[in-house]
Write a protein that binds this ligand. Sequence first.
Ligand code: THU
Length: 138
Amino acid sequence: MQAAALLGAAEAARARAHAPYSGFRVGAALLCEDGSLQTGCSVENASYGATICAERVAVGAAIAAGRRRFQAIAIAGPAGVALSPCGICRQVLSEFSPDGALRVVMRAADGSAQEATLAALLPNAFGPADLAAAHPPG
Ligand code: THU
């Protein structure tokens, strides 16, 4: 799927964001290995720390739908804002792209699509191998 089409799906999901506190609405579209699409939008909470980013909502929807392998994710924030995924979302994406090959499509301030690999956005990611390196655990 082309980056622009993926961004379009993220923009459509953005319209469903629940962002009454920041007003900063975000949408995400996750392209699964089988070509299907899962979307997510930011979901804020009056207890601000309980807010969930659009990317993690999309990942949760995909996992619940039985999809665990992904080709790409697109993220769309407010028009004119260049948005790249927050650190927590990079880590969550890394869980399902351990080699970092996931394509991350971001909308630049001018509306064009910018692309990077997850590995470029999150070098030296913490992962299961780090847990396994502890003998004994803890
Ligand atoms: N947000 C996302 O949904 N994804 C990101 O990658 C960055 C931030 C949302 C969370 C919150 O609702 C708002 O943007 C401001 O942080």
